[in-house]
Design a protein around this ligand. Structure first.
Ligand code: PLP
Length: 381
């Protein structure tokens, strides 16, 4: 099977499995306890905290709080920031992940006011578009670093600067960017940043929230005093260790992997455009994640294409992973100006660390066969 769905989730790297196995079998003590096994579990967590902090340019390891996933980090950042804010208004975008969008909808139900910035045609959110929504009572800007469906990278440094100039907190959902793009929370004026381990070859079910030192947000959950009394629950030492290992590996290999994965995606894109007629790119040609490619094939509905690709051994995806199987058109593609029908004729191919150029060439052959076959039997094409 050729796995081109790395934006949805990734395979855990062998080195990462190796780092977590002894934690499960030997260092299983409660990190909050005083005996030796607890203390060594505690030191593993602190090591991972340093690794994550250094991967995103955080000044201090204590600015990193471990969570259960990217969704929790997004929920915590946004509800926690707004709960303590003086202003009742926040700004986000129409292309955010549902973890952000549904959190914002909940805030609206509670009486907060939310502005949803529309992206440009490539899915990009610019600082200029965000600036237009700033009000006297704006307390938070939450704009994703890079989009999970089309791979477009937003104007993060400029949005951070804008937020800082206005004294507004800036949260970014960096779930797609962490481990894939260089992130610098200091240079980019980011106050809150969400990450998720399963997007960079660590296990699912563990994430982190960066909270800039001095920024206060309310807790999401009540319970024990773990994570400096900010995030309760016995720490998932094995997965936290895995996340630290995977993120430092990703950062140390980023330059060469960005070039290698970018070259594979480039080759994939070039061959598809040369060999399959009538195909369109959904996304930005310049500001993009190295491995993500979202394409529209008129006359070939995405459900039919994805099922046929699966039968031929190629795993790809339609809208975001969370809405796979749901019949709705992607909210991201609609916000970019595609019609419902155009959105339903689009697929995402996302390459990652485990992929090879041979797989890219095989995938082109499969995709060509599948799209041409579906078009040949489509009554309207
Ligand atoms: N934000 C973005 C941009 C994502 O792509 C995802 C995962 O698909 C999430 C948030 C949610 O992360 P998790 O699956 O760890 O809850």
């Amino acid at each position: 099977m050729i796995y081109f769905d790395n934006a949805a989730t990734t395979k855990v790297r062998p080195e990462v499995i190796e780092s977590m196995l002894p934690v499960l079998s030997e260092e299983y003590g409660n990190p909050s306890s005083l005996y030796a096994m607890g203390r060594s579990a505690h030191s593993l967590i602190e090591k991972a905290r340093k690794q994550v902090a250094s991967a995103i340019g955080a000044k201090l390891p204590r600015e990193i709080f471990f969570t259960s996933c990217g969704t929790e980090s997004d929920n915590w950042a946004i509800t926690g920031a707004m709960a303590l804010a003086k202003g009742k208004h926040m700004i986000t975008s129409m292309v955010e992940h549902h973890a952000v969008l549904t959190t914002c909808e909940r805030l609206e139900e509670q009486g907060f006011s939310v502005s949803y910035v529309k992206p440009d045609k490539t899915g990009r959110i610019t600082a200029e578009a965000v600036a237009k929504e700033i009000r006297e009572d704006t307390a938070l800007i939450s704009i994703m670093y890079a989009n999970n469906e089309v791979g477009t990278v937003n104007e993060i440094a400029a949005i951070g600067k804008l937020a800082r100039e206005h004294g507004i907190l800036f949260h970014t959902d960096a779930v797609q960017a962490a481990g894939h793009l260089p992130i610098d929370v200091e240079a980019e004026n980011i106050d809150l940043l969400s990450i998720s381990a399963h997007k960079f070859h660590a296990p699912k079910g563990v994430g982190a929230l960066y909270i800039r030192d001095g920024v206060n947000i309310a807790k999401l959950m009540r319970g024990g005093a773990q994570e400096r009394n900010q995030r309760p629950g016995t720490e998932n030492t094995a997965s936290i260790t895995a996340m630290g290992t995977a993120l430092s590996l990703a950062v140390s290999e980023m330059q060469e992997e960005t070039a290698r994965i970018g070259a594979m995606r480039e080759h994939l894109e070039k061959r598809i455009f040369a060999e399959i007629p009538d195909v369109y790119l959904n996304g930005n040609r310049e500001h993009r994640l190295p491995g993500t490619l979202n394409l529209r094939f008129p006359g070939a509905g995405s459900d039919a294409v994805l099922l046929s690709l699966d039968m031929e051994g190629l795993a790809a995806s339609g809208g975001s992973a969370c809405s796979a199987g749901a019949a709705e058109a992607s909210h991201v593609l609609l916000a970019m100006g595609l019609s419902e029908s155009e959105a339903k004729h689009s697929i995402r191919l996302s390459l990652g660390h485990m992929n090879t150029m041979e797989e890219v060439d095989q995938a082109v052959e499969i995709l060509k066969r599948v799209v041409l076959r579906i078009r040949s039997i489509s009554p309207v094409y």
